[in-house]
Design a protein around this ligand. Structure first.
Ligand code: ADP
Ligand code: MG
Length: 342
């Protein structure tokens, strides 16, 4: 929720207690084509997304593969540069920053990746890997760096910590590797973490442990999280609020229980129907999705979801629905929901 006043000239927001205010964020990737014979084509990976993340809030980004979740994560920690839009981090727009200006903010925003096997350096021990960011940012004396490293590993649940320090990634389980990645993010004391599918490659038996760990860290370190997941039950477990994405756009956004118990958008209703998280006592209309998700290159006119929507009517092809507040803080982008027709 944007309670601040945007002043584009100054590129700062009034203090509003949010860690992040994302406004009209877009990322179009140009596909490399032979420019001589064809016009350049763009994948609209993120197509005008606005949301905020409050202090200590876990904000879930949910949707099927390819809807633009990872791209948002990479934009927010500025691994990618946006095509358009603003990313206010504690009030300062970091969307256009580069070099030394950007470096001032980098440490405060960390990302944890999906694949615990690919995200560690196979030639570095656990202690070398976790202390490295402290060296890069020259954070403290060698003794302070050692202390911080031990604390981060312990806080990530790798105990007794001495048993892990000299191990290489191949000597760790998947869950332990993910905890090492978490320790490396924690060690620099970030203001927020983007966790991109943090448990989807882990055995089901150890997922709950890693999810609880992340939630505990939010309290202990006072951090905010963007939780990216294709699995709405993971978002339900972890997030305070969530946004449901479809083809680069947010189609619904509300507090988590609002989305789960009273999903408004036909896409969210279908997602919830597909996983056993819904309240079994409530009657639900069957909502099969028709067809496949269209390619990000061949976007439908009007509403991006209409080609798979069982309710779609003429207006859905003609006009794009805006994300509007349908009831208290519950936002939805659907003509029919807005008119109270479904
Ligand atoms: N570097 C890139 N170049 C071109 N297309 C990309 C690139 N990164 C992502 N995309 C495309 O952008 C869309 C969104 O991708 P992504 O953000 O990875 O989605 P998600 O994380 O939700 O699965 C997809 O169509 C993907 O193919
Ligand atoms: Mg992804």
């Amino acid at each position: 929720m944007l309670s601040g006043v945007i002043r584009p000239q100054r590129r700062v927001l009034e203090m509003n207690g949010n860690v992040l205010d994302i406004v009209g964020l877009k990322k179009y990737f140009e596909l490399k084509k032979d420019r001589l014979f064809s016009k350049p084509k763009y994948v609209r990976a993120v197509d005008g997304v606005t949301f905020s993340v409050g202090e200590r809030e876990v904000f879930g980004l949910v949707g099927e593969t390819g809807c633009g979740k990872t791209t948002i994560g990479r934009l927010v920690v500025r691994l990618e540069r946006p095509t358009e839009g603003s990313i206010f981090f504690q009030g300062t727009d970091i969307a256009g920053l580069a070099g030394g200006e950007l470096k001032k903010f980098r440490r405060k925003m960390q990302m944890i990746f999906q694949d615990p096997y690919a995200s560690l350096n196979p030639r570095m021990t656990v202690s070398q890997w976790v202390v490295e960011p402290l060296r890069n940012y020259q954070m403290g004396t060698p003794e302070e760096m050692a202390d911080r490293t031990l604390k981060a590993l312990e806080d990530a649940g790798l105990r007794p910590v001495e048993e892990y320090l000299e191990r290489f990634p191949h000597e760790l389980s998947g869950g332990e590797r993910q905890r090492v990645s978490i320790a490396r993010a924690l060690v620099v004391d970030p203001a927020f973490i983007v966790a991109d599918e943090p448990v989807s490659m882990l055995d089901v038996s150890i997922r709950a442990g890693v999810m609880q760990l992340l939630l505990g860290l939010r309290e202990k370190y006072g951090m905010a999280f963007i939780l990216i997941t294709h699995d709405i039950s993971v978002a339900r477990y972890m997030s305070d609020r969530m946004a449901v994405m479809y083809l680069g756009k947010i189609v619904e956004m509300a507090d988590t229980e609002g989305v789960i118990k009273e999903p408004l958008h036909p896409y969210t209703r279908a997602l919830i129907k597909a996983v056993p998280v819904a309240d079994p006592t409530r009657e639900r209309t069957p909502l099969p999705l028709t067809g496949e998700m269209p390619s990000a290159l061949e976007r439908p006119s009007g509403c991006v979801f209409r080609t798979r929507c069982v309710y779609a009517t003429d207006i859905c092809a003609e006009r794009e629905p805006s994300l509007v507040e349908v009831k208290d803080g519950h936002m939805c982008a659907c003509h029919l929901v807005e008119r109270g027709e479904i």
